[in-house]
Design a protein around this ligand. Structure first.
Ligand code: VGL
Ligand code: ZN
Length: 381
């Protein structure tokens, strides 16, 4: 069994609002971090722990101010206000965490060498010395880490990047972090960078309130989170739906039998993304193009992403990306694959309401997303 540790990064008063190097809203993560502590067998903390003469403090460079960049013994260094001075109240662990000391298996101090800063909980910024955290985790059989704390765009980010580089499966608990944002967007960019480096980014709910599978068929799973039951697809949680209008100004609709509702349903063409074996990584636009052609016989020169969202969030985790097809051209009959029984309807944009009402009176069922599609279809003309 893989063993996972929680790493709480720099949860210290100096990084909270009112502190020397305040992270906006940093205190908001404390209740979440406390709840997370109980869900991990191994919990460790890092602590920014600088000598007063530390080279990252602007005050130690006459004429310099916080936020400026300098060269510190060969490494680029952002200058910070004096913070987390060893033994000062602002450098302690926050009282809420201090009260849970019994649950912290170890605390790793960093930034103790005045000549080099240490954002990561594993190594200094020059990667010259280890704090011992990596070795400590390995010795205890830990092979995956979940990371929370402050600040997302500095110490949390570099701790996570080092964890990945050391081969730990790494999860970032997004809502249990906050960013300094010296530059607006630094937090989002840190998330992006971590994803690209291979980190999994989750919200604490995924840990505190995990999804339980209570049944599984060939295509669908019945799942539960807390008391809430819902359906998940076994493959492909996201669908692509296409709004396509012919050159003559007709909205392309399809009609097909839907066993769940026991009748024929009028819908926009759509299909699952990544449901074809061997092409699970298919780009959403390609899935949309493929489905449009398979179901309707029309090919689009270009697909433009209009919007994305949930379809029936009370019933399923399914999400949908809605595309607008540009310059569609008829290349086949459509009708879907061998398992499908699809009729294609071309309905002049100005007559969609009347046509749908008529079809409804005749016993057809209308998928409500047709109306959303109509909005984008008309807006595009
Ligand atoms: C941190 C800047 C300087 C952090 C520490 O904990 O993110 N940031 N020292
Ligand atoms: Zn620091």
């Amino acid at each position: 069994m893989s063993k996972q540790a929680l790493i709480i990064v720099d949860l210290q008063p100096d990084f909270l609002p009112g502190g020397a190097l305040a992270v906006p809203d940093g205190d908001a993560i404390i209740p979440t971090v406390l709840a997370l502590i109980d869900r991990f067998d191994v919990v460790v903390a890092t602590q920014d722990w600088h000598p007063r003469e530390h080279g990252s403090f602007a005050a130690n460079h006459p004429g310099r101010s916080p936020g400026e960049l300098i060269d510190l013994h060969g490494l680029e260094q952002i200058l910070w206000p004096v913070h987390c001075v060893q033994g000062s109240p602002g450098a302690a662990l926050v009282p809420e965490l201090e009260a849970r000391r019994d649950r912290l298996a170890a605390v790793f101090q960093k930034g103790t060498d005045p000549t080099v800063d240490s954002y990561s909980g594993f190594f200094d910024n020059g990667r010259r010395k280890t704090t011992g955290l990596g070795e400590w985790l390995r010795e205890r059989g830990v092979d995956s880490v979940a990371i929370c704390g402050l600040a997302l765009d500095y110490c949390v980010k570099f701790t996570a990047l080092d964890a990945l580089s050391l081969g730990f499966a790494t999860t970032l608990i997004h809502d249990a972090t906050r960013a300094v944002e010296l530059n607006p967007g630094d937090g989002e960019r840190a998330i992006q960078q971590l994803r690209e480096a291979g980190a999994e980014v989750v919200d604490s709910a995924a840990v505190l309130d995990p999804i339980q599978v209570i049944g599984e068929g060939r295509w669908l799973r019945l799942a539960r989170r807390g008391r809430w039951e819902f359906a998940q697809r076994v493959v492909g949680a996201t669908a692509a739906m296409i709004v396509a209008v012919t050159e003559a100004g007709e909205l392309i609709l399809i009609e097909q039998p839907r066993p769940a509702v026991g009748g024929k349903v009028i819908e926009l063409p759509a299909g699952l993304i990544g449901d074809i074996e061997g092409s699970e990584d298919e780009a959403p636009e390609l899935a949309a193009a493929r489905e449009l052609e398979e179901e309707t016989g029309y090919r689009a020169a270009r697909l433009e992403r209009m919007t994305a969202g949930t379809t029936t969030a009370g019933l399923s985790d399914e999400r949908l990306i809605l595309y607008l097809a540009h310059d569609v051209e008829r290349v086949g009959d459509g009708g879907g694959d061998e398992h499908e029984d699809i009729t294609v309807h071309l309905v002049p944009l100005a007559e969609v309401e009347r046509w749908l009402a008529e079809r409804e009176r005749a016993g057809a069922i209308i998928d409500l997303k047709v109306w959303a599609g109509l909005y984008f279809a008309r807006r595009s003309r």
